[in-house]
Ligand binder design. Structure first.
Ligand SMILES: C=CC1=C(C)c2cc3[nH]c(cc4nc(cc5[nH]c(cc1n2)c(C)c5CCC(=O)O)C(CCC(=O)O)=C4C)c(C)c3C=C
Ligand SMILES: [Fe+2]
Ligand SMILES: [Fe+2]
Length: 357
């Protein structure tokens, strides 16, 4: 397990002069910032993969199918076959040096870099940490660590530009569950989604332009791919589709390309239900079938590269395009811990800390 705490200082203040004899000393006066992402398996072998998928796919925010129907499916066919198959996919993108998924490596680096920049202005007052909704580091453990560091105010930052109950809300649920049995709860704020924030749009577009400038070809079409969700979640009121659509529209306007050359799609369909359309894999196959030879793909909904981008987009979908007759395929990386990516995280965090610092 990793040791994730990233602190910009070790000391804290306590209201000791107001404390009667015998009352326990609780450190206070500092502000915690918790970057929260999705999570990744601890290893690519069967049992760690199974534990990760079981935790993920048992989340009612992710799978809303009635338990009576879902449990036999999950514990029967899904958890006996998917761990090995997906473990092989994770093997292709695994960070061998640190023996972990790239999502973890990148999220840790984002937290470390954020701690460094906030430390320059706020000194010892701010403590930055990071946690995962599934697997490790656990949100509960990191919130307890922040309290131990003297944080009586915590800013929760779900690292999802577009809000979705299956990602942003479940990350917050996990944090709120940790607070439920605390006597002295910290004051808590939640950073809102940033799908239409000009700083985010500008960062995504300038990062894309820089990546495109490195290519030996100009794509005929750019596909903006977002992680999908079941269609039904949209009908039930989830704003995710609208957030994705707005991000795509603002990116296209900033990019200045017509709709036919700047397309949008949804990836990672799971199970037999209808998911948000158009599907990424079908769109890529259609491009190739209609004679497109050069394309680029980008996934602005992911704040860090992961299985869904490195393997599914840059592996699987590249293969579909080339197999269908395409000649040049470019995957444009996520913002990650790049200067543009850190500019976005810092901007969101500093804005949401206003009044606290
Ligand atoms: C089955 C339902 C799923 C929903 C709904 C869903 C929504 C959703 N997920 C992300 C971001 C990521 N998902 C990742 C992997 C992943 N997603 C699902 C299922 C759903 N996701 C599964 C089962 C998996 C694991 C891999 C697999 O078995 O296919 C990841 C990658 C994590 C990594 O370790 O690299 C991310 C990130 C979003 C943004 C989203 C809805 C908006
Ligand atoms: Fe997912
Ligand atoms: Fe996938």
């Amino acid at each position: 397990m990793s040791a994730p705490t990233v602190t910009s200082a070790q000391s804290s203040r306590s209201p000791s002069s107001d404390r009667p004899a015998g009352h326990p000393l609780v450190r206070s006066g500092r502000i915690g910032v918790l970057l929260m992402n999705l999570g990744t398996p601890e290893a690519t072998t069967y049992w760690p993969m199974r534990r990760y998928l079981k935790e993920f796919l048992s989340d009612r925010r992710v799978i809303e199918t009635p338990r009576l129907i879902w449990w036999p499916l999950l514990n029967g066919i899904i958890l006996s076959t998917r761990p090995s198959r997906k473990g092989r996919d994770y093997d292709t993108i695994w960070n061998k040096e640190l023996d972990e998924g790239p999502l973890k490596t990148i999220t840790r680096s984002q937290a470390q870099q954020l701690a460094a920049v906030l430390g320059e202005t706020a000194g010892e007052r701010i403590v930055v940490d990071w946690s995962m909704r599934y697997g490790f580091p656990r949100t509960k453990d990191r919130i307890e660590a922040l309290l131990g560091e003297g944080c009586d105010r915590i800013l929760l930052v779900p690292l999802y530009p577009q809000y979705c109950a299956a990602t942003s809300a479940t990350a917050c649920d996990q944090a709120f569950r940790a607070l439920m049995d605390m006597r002295w709860q910290p004051a808590v704020r939640v950073a809102p989604p940033y799908h239409d924030d000009p700083v985010y749009i500008e960062a995504v577009v300038s990062s894309m332009k820089a990546e495109l400038a490195k290519l030996a070809f100009e794509p005929e079409v750019i596909l903006v791919s977002f992680h999908g969700i079941p269609e039904e979640y949209l009908q039930k009121g989830d704003p995710y589709y609208c957030h994705c659509h707005k991000t795509w529209r603002l990116m296209r306007e900033a990019f200045g390309w017509p709709e036919e050359r700047f397309r949008m799609s949804f990836q990672s369909r799971f199970g037999p239900d209808e998911w948000l359309k158009p599907y990424t894999d079908e769109t890529v196959k259609e491009f190739a079938a209609s004679g497109v030879k050069r394309m680029a793909i980008v996934a602005p909904g992911f704040s860090a590269d992961c299985l869904e981008t490195l393997e599914e987009l840059n592996g699987e979908n590249r293969h579909y395009f080339e197999e269908g007759g395409g000649t040049d395929f470019a995957y444009l990386p996520c913002l990650n811990d790049s200067p543009e990516g850190m500019r976005v995280i810092r901007h969101v965090v500093e804005r949401e800390l206003s009044g606290w610092i």
